[in-house]
Design a protein around this ligand. Structure first.
Ligand SMILES: Cc1cc2nc3c(=O)[nH]c(=O)nc-3n(C[C@H](O)[C@H](O)[C@H](O)COP(=O)(O)OP(=O)(O)OC[C@H]3O[C@@H](n4cnc5c(N)ncnc54)[C@H](O)[C@@H]3O)c2cc1C
Length: 383
């Protein structure tokens, strides 16, 4: 078993850590307060090759592998979870297009995502009545003589307000003729397409700097070649993309928790009570020990899933286990970080409060914890 990083992985990790510490971290509080990520930050990530880590070099990507992607996500997440989710979804969109797109689709979209010409990509699967159960989606795509016409709406779409390209799922067959997941297809819709309307940004508990928008499609026409993958084959694309996406969100949870732990160690050594630093109390030491142990256990699960995906081995169950454990452990770690910070943990001056708000969503998006348990149990019971 090899635990050492390769030169490429170390290089990507260092580049992400350096940019995060110098450029992103000093702005993280403002990103949260003012609810927006400066476009230069997203462009800077693209310039480092971090917006298309697993897209082939031929289409502008870095082709650095899934482990490198996880390491980069951890670094950016430790600085700013809002920036990290924007990066995660953009990477996911680039990968989906690189994997399932035609050569023309890859050439048209991947270089723009990789170079930062598009500020972000968006992944539009969920609807107000169809989150955990996307098979019940209602958005429809019907043919006309020029291509496809989309009608319906999507909910909670990360970067929906400014994405250059969106992967959008819609029914392409009557629900009776092809029920559930069998009549769903996938389309590439460019930002600004007539008929695509952007709703107001959601007012969220955490990751407040990321954009989360509702989208509505009102006779939104896209050309014939906007279809991604096979007709009626969209659900499979969504599930495969989400498997990989879960490694990204597990990595996001890890990065946030790592920051919370590191700030807790510093604070415990500085803060004095009863005549000495609170780090002298065994109650605090045990919290720190449990936080570090859970963090490392989560890291191993996430990196195992990343490694399996990189080796083209089956990784769906492992990605669910990694995301489930990392997101729940990270929540516990961030909660303890607030406790260690005492009253200061509850006010905005210290980042512990932001970490706790930011980390909560990792148990919800890219499949809730309940859905991860469903995936894991199903795979076990199927033998
Ligand atoms: C900030 C944010 C960003 C997001 N970004 C995106 C995005 O970019 N693209 C996108 O497509 N979506 C996005 N989402 C949507 C997200 O993926 C969904 O919210 C999530 O999948 C849960 O769906 P839901 O909210 O409809 O909850 P529901 O499906 O209504 O679930 C409600 C509760 O019931 C539980 N539940 C549901 N089904 C089962 C079951 N079979 N067994 C046990 N329990 C079950 C759930 O676990 C949950 O606890 C985002 C959400 C948020 C909050």
């Amino acid at each position: 078993m090899q635990f050492e990083l390769t030169d490429t992985q170390r290089h990507i990790q260092r580049a992400a850590a350096d940019f995060s510490a110098r450029i992103i971290a000093p702005q993280a509080h403002a990103i949260d307060e003012h609810e927006g990520i400066p476009p230069q930050i997203l462009k800077g990530l693209a310039d480092l090759g971090l917006m298309a880590v697993n897209v082939p070099e031929a289409y502008g990507g870095s082709e650095a592998g899934v482990v490198a992607y996880s390491l980069a996500m951890q670094e950016v997440s430790a600085a700013c979870a809002s920036t990290a989710v924007t990066m995660a979804v953009t990477n996911m969109v680039g990968e989906v297009i690189a994997r399932f797109g035609t050569t023309a689709q890859r050439e048209r979209y991947c270089p723009h995502l990789a170079s930062g010409e598009y500020r972000a990509g968006a992944f539009a699967l969920s609807e107000s009545e169809a989150g955990s159960d996307p098979g019940s989606m209602r958005t429809m795509a019907t043919r006309n003589d020029r291509g496809w016409v989309l009608n319906g709406s999507k909910q909670w779409i990360t970067s929906g307000a400014f994405a250059g390209v969106m992967v959008v799922w819609a029914r392409t067959a009557d629900a009776q003729a092809r029920p559930g997941t069998r009549g769903i297809s996938c389309f590439l819709v460019e930002g600004g397409t007539p008929g695509l309307r952007i709703g107001r940004a959601e007012d969220k508990m955490g990751i407040r700097g990321s954009n989360t928008a509702a989208l509505s499609f009102e006779d939104c026409e896209v050309p014939e070649d906007a279809l991604l993958g096979e007709l009626h084959g969209g659900f499979k694309i969504a599930m495969m993309a989400l498997d990989g996406g879960r490694i990204g969100i597990g990595s996001q949870a890890l990065g946030i928790a790592r920051a919370a732990l590191s700030e807790s160690v510093t604070y415990a050594k500085d803060r004095r009570a009863f005549g000495g630093p609170i780090a002298n109390f065994q109650a605090i030491q045990w919290k720190l020990a449990d936080m570090k142990t859970e963090l490392d256990a989560a890291n191993l699960l996430v990196l195992r899933a990343a490694w399996l995906k990189e080796q083209n081995k089956l990784f769906s169950r492992e990605a669910s286990m990694a995301k489930l454990f990392a997101s729940e452990a990270a929540w516990r770690i961030c909660n303890e970080a607030v406790q260690i910070h005492g009253g200061y943990g509850y006010i905005r001056e210290f980042a512990a409060e932001r970490h706790l708000r930011d980390v909560r969503v990792t148990q919800i998006y890219e499949g809730t914890s309940e859905i991860q348990r469903l995936v894991i149990a199903r795979s076990l019971l199927a033998g």
